[in-house]
Design a protein around this ligand. Structure first.
Ligand code: NAD
Length: 448
């Protein structure tokens, strides 16, 4: 580990990663790597999570390819120094911002989208001219192994390396003289990472989780709301950081929304989701026990079935829950959707705002004034109006949390800037000098 970090730092200092041509070439290379390893990636995702080929391709492989293409298209323009205005006090000088890579970046990834969340930050980090160490999640060991094999085949370890392991390995990595840490994972571990990084003042991005609400108002298109919520919640069996964690539904439309959601659950996952060969499993026994315990709360109005051997939990809707139930306390991260009802939107705003700022929020309703009120009066990372999850796949939108749901953002241009230090330069003229700034000049004081 120590040797890899030292080699990367040396290689970075020698300047190999700086040119536009090199970065462009490496982005093309990483795309080729993903394309070549498509089959092993899909197989590993099936093995570790029972992800279907469709979900593996759409949410991991295609996502990364779009992100790479977006970087290739804009990189030259992002890398160019940015001229800024010259105030009167600086007459004669040129002022600009130079884009500088940090050096050696550590990417710590979770298990739920184990390819996408390991490689999407790498795309930004190498586009910005850094070297990278990837620490994949130990909970998806087959994916972690494939990731290591493919990176070893395509990149030298002094540029991009994969170091496998658990929390001990991660903590040891954080003792190394890194230049940036990009972490995706849970809130409690995010706090540990930040504390560790602070010992060396290593800058961090924290992509965390939390409880993201979906709100369905009485003027919503109920059919589309039901369809899009079912899709957003049960994709990857609810193991998605921005999945709707719980539902706030106006009491007048509760019955019709539940009815429609049940229809879509049936349409997407069939009569017996537990027998559906494409339905994603819960990652391990510990998480299976944690998530299935939530079935004790409230009343099951859809789903509720379990298969302990396959570690599967049916797409489930829970009614009659309250904020004091365990299911409403922690992030669920599984296919259980508790439902609360309300009379007016101010109640919703008040209740959401009493809790940590969510990573995502989804509002369903036609009235633009209400849409504005929700987006303006609740702080959250990002989200959709009349949809779920879709904001994450637009490379023009920065993705990240706020407050407890995270620090910093990435995707597209935002990734480039996350991994770039903006160095401010004043290039002063030597043709003349301003006397006003020196001691004894009263004119200077007036200007400044
Ligand atoms: P996690 O925090 O348990 O683990 C994430 C990574 O940290 C893993 O690589 C793990 O090995 C490492 N780790 C775990 N404990 C550690 C410790 N004590 N010290 C140092 N490193 C440690 O998260 P997870 O279970 O892999 O993923 C699920 C969580 O991640 C959920 O909370 C989810 O919301 C969040 N998440 C967020 C995003 C996002 O983009 N914001 C995306 C996916 C998942």
């Amino acid at each position: 580990m120590h040797t890899i970090v030292q080699q990367q730092k040396k290689w970075f200092k020698e300047g190999h990663t700086r040119s536009y041509e090199f970065r462009k070439e490496q982005l093309r290379r990483i795309k080729k790597m993903i394309t070549t390893f498509e089959k092993p990636i899909i197989n590993a995702l099936k093995f570790d999570l029972n992800k279907s080929e469709f979900e593996a391709y759409a949410a991991e492989i295609a996502f990364l390819k779009t992100e790479i293409d977006h970087h290739l298209k804009h990189l030259k323009q992002w890398m160019a120094p940015r001229k800024v205005k010259t105030p009167l006090t600086h007459t004669g000088s040129k002022n600009y911002i130079q884009k500088e890579p940090y050096g050696t970046v550590l990417v710590i990834a979770p298990w739920n989208y184990p390819i996408q969340l390991a490689l999407a930050p790498v795309i930004g980090a190498i586009a910005a001219g850094n070297t990278v160490i990837i620490k994949p999640s130990e909970l998806t060991p087959t994916v972690s192994w494939v990731l290591k094999k493919m990176v070893e085949q395509y990149f030298s370890p002094h540029y991009i390396a994969v170091i496998e392991g658990d929390k001990e390995v991660t903590q040891e990595l954080l003792d190394q003289p890194l230049d940036y840490v990009f972490f995706t994972g849970s809130v409690p571990v995010g706090k540990i990472i930040m504390e560790k990084a602070s010992k060396q003042l290593i800058p961090v991005t924290l992509e965390l989780g939390g409880k993201s609400p979906a709100i369905v108002h009485k003027d919503a298109n109920i059919d589309l709301a039901a369809k899009r919520i079912v899709w957003g919640k049960y994709t990857n069996a609810g193991q998605t950081c921005i999945a709707p964690d719980y539902l706030f539904v106006h009491h007048e439309i509760k019955a019709s929304l539940i009815k429609k959601m049940k229809e879509y659950i049936h349409q997407f996952y069939g009569d017996s989701p537990l027998e559906n060969s494409d339905y994603v499993k819960i990652v391990n026994r510990q998480h299976f026990d944690r998530v299935s315990a939530y079935l004790e709360d409230g009343t099951v109005v859809a789903g509720g079935g379990l298969d302990e051997n396959k570690l599967m939990i049916e797409p489930t809707i829970l009614d009659q829950v309250s904020w004091s139930d365990p299911v409403m306390k922690d992030e669920i991260f599984g296919p259980i959707l508790p439902l609360l009802t309300y009379d007016n939107l101010h109640e919703v705003i008040g209740q959401v705002n009493q809790r940590p700022k969510p990573l995502a929020l989804y509002y369903f309703g036609e009235n633009e004034q209400d849409q504005k009120e929700i987006t303006q009066s609740i702080p959250y990372g990002g989200g959709c109006i009349n949809d779920t999850l879709y904001h994450i796949i637009n490379p023009h939108l920065p993705f990240g949390g706020v407050g407890e749901s995270g620090i910093g953002s990435y995707h597209g241009e935002s990734s480039f800037y996350t991994f770039t230090h903006e160095k401010s330069i004043t290039k002063q003229t030597t043709k003349f000098d301003h006397s006003f700034r020196y001691p004894g000049s009263s004119f200077g004081l007036a200007i400044i």
